[in-house]
Design a protein around this ligand. Structure first.
Ligand SMILES: [Zn+2]
Length: 313
């Protein structure tokens, strides 16, 4: 047996007395592959390096052992959670050699201190820490279930949508609307062209009718309403009477007209002419205000009266 421990540890040195039929070097040396760490293997204990998963208070001297401090711990199986083994780690603290026992907790994915120490409480309020809470254990378990995921996917998506900031949603809507600039521009220009054309047509119509303003487009409703309206004025009646008088009058004009109606009318006209003449002379001489003499009256001889007034001036 070689006494060169370092060479033995590396498992590279094959001493001259070794033959291949003697098996592996470990077997030849009569030792376990894990060396000293396997010295309690007959008790089911393997010695490993254990790293403290959280801050703890030592049970012996009450000093703090920080997360990440490493110990030589004896690891052994103490039970099962379903098919998962529950491991126990026992170690001696560096501060006071107090024994600390820690177990795994597969149900909660945690480490549990069994004896010799106390976990430093570092819990905090989710809101105070401005962070978010991880789903509860049952939820976490369910999330692994594809059917549960499928059933709740729609609801989750809805929740996500609601949680999105308003700006992001607006941005998305805007992106969708403005993704095709060409079509949008085309539609806008077409609309403007149509509008211009319509305005030009309306202006042409208003010019033809002698109006200073554009009229609204024709509507059937307006046309129907306009048709229902009947304007009653003296114009039609006067026109009819005049026509009747013309047809009744003799074709060849006679100086001494025999028609009594014509005589009467001539007399009336001469009377009116006299009255107007007097009023006009009064106006010229006495300076009566003009509003008193030219009272407009609806009559067939309106045009004649104006001509008289013009002559007097
Ligand atoms: Zn201690």
């Amino acid at each position: 047996m070689s006494s060169l421990a370092a060479a033995r540890a590396d498992n590279f040195y094959y001493p001259p007395e070794w033959t291949p039929n003697q098996g592996s070097l470990n077997k030849f040396h009569g030792q376990h592959a894990l060396r000293e760490r396997a010295r309690k293997l007959d008790q089911g204990i393997l010695i490993i390096r254990f790293e403290m998963p959280f801050n703890i208070w030592c049970g012996g001297c009450n000093s703090m052992i920080a997360k990440g401090v490493r110990f030589n711990a004896e690891k052994k199986q103490v039970g099962n959670y379903y098919s998962t083994k529950i491991w126990s780690f026992s170690m001696k603290s560096a501060c006071c050699k107090h024994e600390i026992v820690i177990q795994t907790d597969p149900k909660n994915c945690e480490y549990v201190i069994m004896s010799g120490a106390q976990r430093k409480t570092e819990e905090f309020d989710v809101e105070d820490a401005e962070t978010f809470e991880l789903p509860a254990d049952e939820e976490r378990g369910k999330l692994a279930d594809p059917f549960y995921r499928l059933e709740h996917q729609e609801e989750d998506l809805q929740k996500k949508k609601e949680a999105e900031p308003l700006l992001v949603r607006l941005q998305r809507v805007s992106d969708v609307r403005h993704s095709d600039d060409y079509t949008l521009n085309k539609a806008l220009r077409a609309r403007l062209r149509n509008q211009k054309k319509r305005v030009a047509e309306e202006e042409a119509v208003s010019r033809r009718m002698g109006l200073g303003i554009r009229l609204l487009p024709k509507s059937e409703e307006d046309a129907a309403t306009a048709k229902q309206v009947k304007f009653c004025s003296g114009f039609e009646k006067n026109k009819r009477e005049k026509r009747a008088a013309i047809t009744a009058a003799p074709v060849f004009k006679n100086q001494s007209t025999s028609s009594t109606a014509a005589k009467k009318r001539l007399e009336l006209e001469s009377k009116r002419r006299k009255i107007k003449a007097i009023a006009a002379s009064n106006l010229l001489t006495a300076g009566i205000s003009p509003s008193s003499w030219s009272q407009p009256s609806v009559s067939t001889s309106g045009a004649k009266r104006i001509s008289v007034a013009a002559r007097i001036r």
